[in-house]
Every structure is written in structure tokens, then in C-alpha cells.
Design a protein around this ligand. Structure first.
Ligand SMILES: CC(C)(COP(=O)(O)OP(=O)(O)OC[C@H]1O[C@@H](n2cnc3c(N)ncnc32)[C@H](O)[C@@H]1OP(=O)(O)O)[C@@H](O)C(=O)NCCC(=O)NCCS
Length: 152
């Protein structure tokens, strides 16, 4: 596992297009692949034989963190890679001072909702008609979890 670097954008977009109904373009990965400290997004990439098998894109503003995208190559799903990537991202976010992490997921994506629940995220609301689908639109489920214990 390593941080994304300039030049990863095209391969990350190709991987995303295998699993995401609204895949990101290579342009959308540019910020997360920058090496400058002032970038808004960060990405971790799981690489095997020089090919990305998975990635996670996340951000932090003060103590609020957000997971923007995560994908594992279909043939590699269910083998624990997603858990490794997300756990590593959450550890980095916690270390950087994030107290809470949130994300949005399609309400039809039961696999991802199950995955996030397993990693401690809880549903906390709905964003109506947030995503486009072939048939129209669908809601986003809002999920979040604490990253550090709150003091009483
Ligand atoms: C969702 C995704 C990132 C999970 O990654 P993964 O490597 O397949 O998941 P892991 O093997 O690390 O699974 C970790 C835990 O999540 C849960 N989980 C994983 N897949 C699941 C599924 N299909 N249904 C229910 N729970 C699931 C399991 O509890 C698993 O733990 P266990 O094996 O000890 O029971 C991956 O399947 C993926 O890329 N999906 C397509 C893209 C996507 O939907 N991204 C999320 C957009 S919001």
C-alpha cells in the first residue's frame, strides 16, 4: 500500500470504471495524486505487480474527515483489501486530528453499506435523489463514525 502519486490518475479512473456506476474521470483523481501538502484530497493505493488493485480517496478539514471514493478490483473483492485500505486511511486521518469521518453511499449498494457497517460506520440520514441511475435517481445514505473517543 502506498500514497497515490502523479501519474496514477488514469489507472485509478480505469479501476473505478469497473465498479462505479458514475465513475470518476482521471481529472477527478488529479488532486488526490498530487504530492503537495496543500492538496485537499489524499489517496492510498493497493498495488500488486505494478497494477492498482484498489484505492481509497479521503479528505480532512479540521476535525472532520470524509471518504470520497473507495474501490477494489472485482476479482479481488471480499479478500480483505477494502478493510485494509479503509483502516489505513482512518488511522492517518485520526493521526492528523480528525475526530469524525462521514461518507455517502448509494442506498442500493448493500455490499458497501455492509462493508462500512463492519468498519464501525452507522447510518445517520438520507440525501434525497443524490445519485443518478439508469432509471432516474436514487438516495444517498449518510454514514459516519467517531475516530477518537469524546471526552465527557
Ligand atoms: C465495498 C468494497 C470497497 C469492499 O471492499 P472488499 O475488499 O470487497 O471488502 P473486504 O473483503 O475488506 O470486507 C471487509 C468486511 O466488509 C464486509 N463486506 C464486504 N463485502 C460485503 C458484502 N458484499 N456484503 C456485506 N458485507 C460485506 C464483511 O463483513 C467483511 O468482513 P468479513 O469478511 O470479516 O466478514 C468493494 O467491494 C468494492 O470496491 N465495491 C465496489 C465499489 C463500491 O461500492 N465502493 C463504495 C462506494 S461508496
Amino acid at each position: 500500500m502506498r500514497a497515490a502519486v502523479p501519474g496514477d490518475e488514469v489507472e485509478l479512473a480505469a479501476l473505478d470504471s469497473l465498479v462505479n456506476p458514475s465513475p470518476w474521470t482521471a481529472e477527478q483523481f488529479v488532486d488526490a495524486c498530487r504530492e503537495q501538502e496543500d492538496r485537499y484530497e489524499c489517496a492510498l493505493v493497493m498495488v500488486c505487480d505494478e497494477q492498482p488493485e484498489g484505492f481509497v480517496v479521503y479528505s480532512r478539514v479540521l476535525d472532520e474527515a470524509c471518504i470520497h471514493n473507495i474501490a477494489i478490483r472485482p476479482a479481488m473483492q471480499g479478500a480483505g483489501l477494502g478493510q485494509l485500505l479503509l483502516t489505513a486511511a482512518l488511522a492517518r486521518l485520526r493521526e492528523a486530528g480528525a475526530a469524525r469521518c462521514c461518507l455517502e453511499v448509494r442506498e442500493s449498494n448493500m455490499a458497501a453499506i455492509g462493508f462500512y457497517r463492519r468498519l464501525g460506520f452507522e447510518s445517520g440520514g438520507v440525501r434525497r435523489n443524490y445519485y443518478t441511475t439508469a432509471a432516474g435517481r436514487e438516495d444517498a445514505v449518510l454514514m459516519s463514525r467517531q475516530l477518537i473517543e469524546q471526552e465527557c
